[in-house]
Design a protein around this ligand. Structure first.
Ligand code: PLP
Ligand code: LYS
Length: 463
């Protein structure tokens, strides 16, 4: 099919309908390593391969849409975080980004811990063999049952989020005859430069106990007064998809400030601080993420400096990266169903998934890139909007992107950097079946989470 098959819609260099100008990439066939997982390349046929497997083979064997996870890349990124932070720190992978038994096993093998925020996540981590002491539990409204399960599993620490929870947890630990290690989640008053819905350390939000007004200090008093709780330290998480260290710097300073207050008031030096997750990844080639080694060095330096100034022994640091580990390691593979040109307006490329497998575009106005992966093309760039198949006009996967003008139904396209918060936030809207997660490594692919079936849906619908 030639370019003339799709004459309508804006072309490269055009001004978009919203007034935004976008230039096409220099080479539409290039798979930029900034956004694609590390083993992705093109083979002699021009098809993309990952872990040595042709995406056409994956589509034929497992169907589309599918999340394709590059195991070697996942392990390498997990290891890089572990190595960068070394033995004086703990890395807790944030399971909310994406959790499955296979992923937990990889994390276990690579020496990482897991952060969970529900009994569901806890259950998966335990089922995969992660020892309780290497699991941390989070959440602003953990149920009594969740707290009981976590204490019973011997989780390494529970991050308490409210006065009420301190009471509840103390009773539960006492009833189980254990002294439960806890951290207190505080809000440090930092506005991370990210989307409003994913910034979490400013004052007006549901998480944590505020430093301002003394709620955090009061929580420390209350935990220290409970014999069944062991206060290990302070936790802060300032938001998500952050590239700038300034927010972490302020957060670390304020957390260390609280440690100094605790020492002055109670005569105890708390041994641990957790700076949360939130490090950004490249969703498009314009994003510039930091490497774990730099992150570890910068965070370590900030904490050491602040502790020296406050004459405190530097505490053990822990961090909770989710997106930064799993995000870049997967792409979503879709089949093109229709290509529809609206004369003078826009070209819509509809794929066989959509907001049910990636809600981030609709929810956060997230940006993604996309490429034709079943073949290369020499056709001209065509400015498109990649949309799903749901009954919702906001069902957008990639808002504005360039694909070759000869794109046709049956072509496979893929959206990179979908490892985090896509499968884990997937829904069954319109009774869509959640796609499988395929782990690919060394020329072999297997579903680590299988595709849902209509029977799965009907199993829950008991009439
Ligand atoms: C407490 C906590 N820790 C860790 C994370 C993981 O964040 P990210 O996946 O952005 O690293 C989150 C989510 O934002 C969180 O709320
Ligand atoms: N789910 C969000 C981030 C929030 C993570 C949990 N605090 C995202 O996709 O970016």
């Amino acid at each position: 099919m030639s370019r003339s098959a799709h004459p309508a819609g804006p072309r490269h260099g055009d001004v978009l309908p919203d007034g935004h100008y976008q230039a096409p990439p220099a080479d539409l066939n290039a798979l930029d390593p900034k956004v694609w997982s590390r083993t992705v390349t093109r083979n002699a046929d021009g098809a993309a391969t990952v872990g040595g497997i042709d995406v056409r083979t994956l589509a034929a064997e497992f169907g589309t849409p599918a999340y394709v996870l590059d195991e070697a890349d996942f392990r390498a990124r997990a290891r890089a975080w572990r190595d960068a932070f070394g033995d004086d720190a703990d890395v807790y992978y944030a399971g909310k980004a994406f959790l499955s038994k296979a992923v937990v096993r990889w994390l276990h093998e690579e020496g990482l811990n897991v952060d969970v925020c529900s009994s569901g996540e806890l259950h998966v981590a335990l089922a995969a063999g992660m020892p309780g002491e290497r699991i941390a539990l989070h959440g602003n409204n953990k149920s009594v049952q969740e707290l009981e399960q976590a204490v019973k599993a011997g989780v390494g620490h529970i991050v308490v989020d409210s006065y009420l929870e301190i009471e509840r947890l103390a009773e539960i630990a006492e009833a189980q005859g254990v002294r439960q290690p806890v951290l207190i989640r505080i809000t440090v008053g930092v506005e991370a430069h990210t989307h409003e819905f994913i910034a979490t350390a400013h004052e007006d939000q549901k998480f944590g106990l505020s430093l301002n007004g003394g709620a955090a200090a009061e929580a420390v008093r209350r935990v220290l007064a409970k014999p069944s709780l062991e206060l290990r330290g302070i936790h802060s998480h300032i938001g998500s998809q952050i590239f700038d260290f300034a927010g972490f710097e302020v957060a670390a300073r304020r957390v260390v400030g609280l440690l100094a207050e605790v020492r002055d008031e109670h005569g105890v030096e708390l041994p641990e601080i957790d700076l949360g997750g939130g490090l950004g990844i490249a969703y498009t080639p314009d994003d510039d993420p930091r490497e774990p080694a730099e992150i570890a060095a910068r965070l370590g330096e900030i904490v050491r400096r602040e502790c020296a100034a406050a004459q405190l022994t530097a505490p053990r640091i822990s961090v909770e990266p989710g997106r930064a580990i799993v995000g870049p390691t997967a792409f979503t593979l879709y089949e093109v169903g229709t290509v529809k040109q609206l004369e003078g307006l826009r070209t819509y490329v509809s794929v066989d998934g959509g907001m049910s497998d990636n809600i981030r575009t609709a929810l956060y106005d997230a940006e993604y890139s996309v490429a034709l992966v079943s073949r290369t093309s020499e056709a001209e760039p065509m400015l498109v909007r990649v949309v799903g198949k749901h009954c919702e006009s906001g069902d957008i996967v990639v808002r504005d992107a360039f694909l070759p003008a000869d794109l046709a139904p049956g072509d496979l396209i893929a959206v990179p950097a979908t490892g985090a918060y896509c499968r884990s936030m997937a829904s069954n809207y319109n009774h869509a079946l959640k796609p499988p997660v395929l782990a690919v490594a060394d020329g072999a692919a297997r579903a680590i989470v299988r595709r849902e079936t209509e029977e799965d849906l009907l199993r829950l619908d008991i009439g």
